[in-house]
Design a protein around this ligand. Structure first.
Ligand SMILES: CC(C)(COP(=O)(O)OP(=O)(O)OC[C@H]1O[C@@H](n2cnc3c(N)ncnc32)[C@H](O)[C@@H]1OP(=O)(O)O)[C@@H](O)C(=O)NCCC(=O)NCCS
Length: 327
């Protein structure tokens, strides 16, 4: 059932978020609906580490500093009982939806559906061509809602964590051929990008798709990284004709978890994951001891098994969904 939007009563029903007055009530609603999970989501959305304090929610809701463009709230009895946040991305036609929440007392009345439909119309009028969102994999009620609105599942990503000090070294399997894992040659950053996007669809990167120059390291970038206590190292395995077949990258920044990326070309699946991850662990044991994070496609069972062997723990799996408005 969809509630008809009353357009004459300002204190009931759907309306766009009004940043000047809605923030405290939205924060209250999100705390009520998401509780502890909010802290995790918050870090995700802002690209921060897990455990960002709830107060940083104000950062997210401050249009001057966040990527927030818009969103809708639902009012009942003069209070905000529903919220959908709409964020723009660096691509003008690509939007993100977050914080879909309805107060428990007001659920199953069509409020979330009405807010989501309002978001779609709004994005259409701006010429947007895609809306993306993430939902916890087993949140079936929300997934039902998104399915019914035309969102299509892009894939599932699992976030894994370990403390660097708890990681177990991976030994080569008995029948493993010796694999040479070398630093990515500076001039092959385009090949690294091509390999990454062949392994993981662009829309599984959140909140922005992988940048085409993600693996490029100019001298200027290295200098900037050094000034900001950041470092990126990329290691690769190659096949016939020096073709890149697998890569592992390790990003580190002061105060954040080390971030590992593992990509193996589908033609080499099962052959390169162990040596690449083993290399990552050896490197991590030489770096400052911090938490280590990997976001990896959930369907890659072989890598999941290896991550568990190395003492990573799966924190959660998010289903990424996409609404295509280009047709
Ligand atoms: C998910 C949520 C936003 C739905 O809000 P809502 O206003 O109750 O949803 P609606 O009444 O608009 O329902 C729309 C559709 O969603 C699905 N749905 C909603 N709640 C459901 C439930 N408990 N069980 C099964 N399907 C459900 C149904 O397909 C429903 O359509 P129908 O009523 O025609 O069957 C709300 O339950 C909520 O706030 N949950 C906690 C926060 C959350 O999980 N947010 C999503 C984060 S990605």
């Amino acid at each position: 059932m969809v509630i008809t939007v009353p357009d004459t009563r300002a204190n009931e029903g759907l309306r766009p978020i009004d940043m000047a007055r809605d923030v405290p009530q939205i924060v209250e609603l999100l705390k009520l609906v998401f509780g502890e999970a909010l802290e995790f989501d918050e870090g995700q959305l802002l690209g921060d580490d897990v455990g960002a304090p709830i107060s940083t929610l104000f950062y997210r809701l401050n249009p001057a500093t966040s990527r927030l463009t818009n969103g809708f709230v639902w009012l009942a009895e003069g209070r905000i009982v529903g919220n959908v946040t709409l964020l723009s991305t660096k691509a003008w036609d690509r939007y993100l939806v977050a914080n879909v929440a309805v107060h428990p007392t007001y659920r199953r009345r069509g409020i979330a559906r009405a807010m989501m439909q309002a978001v779609t119309s709004h994005v259409r009028t701006r010429g947007g061509r895609a809306i993306l969102l993430q939902v916890v994999k087993d949140n079936f009620s929300a997934i039902d809602l998104y399915d019914s609105l035309g969102y299509v599942r892009v894939g599932d990503m699992t976030t894994w964590y370990s403390a660097a000090s708890r990681l177990r070294r991976l030994e080569p399997a008995d029948n493993d051929p010796a694999i040479d894992v070398r630093p990515l040659p500076g001039n092959r950053w385009r090949d690294a990008y091509a390999l990454d996007t062949a392994c993981v669809p662009a829309d599984l990167n959140w909140p922005e798709p992988l940048r085409a120059d993600a693996y490029r390291q100019t001298l200027w970038q290295r200098f900037g990284d050094m000034m900001n206590s950041r470092a990126l190292e990329t290691w690769v395995a190659t096949g016939a004709g020096e073709r890149l077949t697998g890569l592992m990258s390790l990003s580190s920044q002061w105060g954040r978890s080390h971030w590992v990326v593992l990509r193996v070309h589908p033609d080499y699946a099962g052959l390169l994951e162990r040596p690449l991850l083993a290399k990552a662990i050896r490197r991590l044991q030489q770096l400052p001891r911090r938490n280590v994070r990997i976001d990896h496609p959930d369907e890659d069972i072989a890598t999941n098994t290896l991550l568990a062997e190395a003492n990573f723990a799966a924190q959660r799996t998010l289903t990424h969904m996409r609404l295509d408005l280009s047709r």
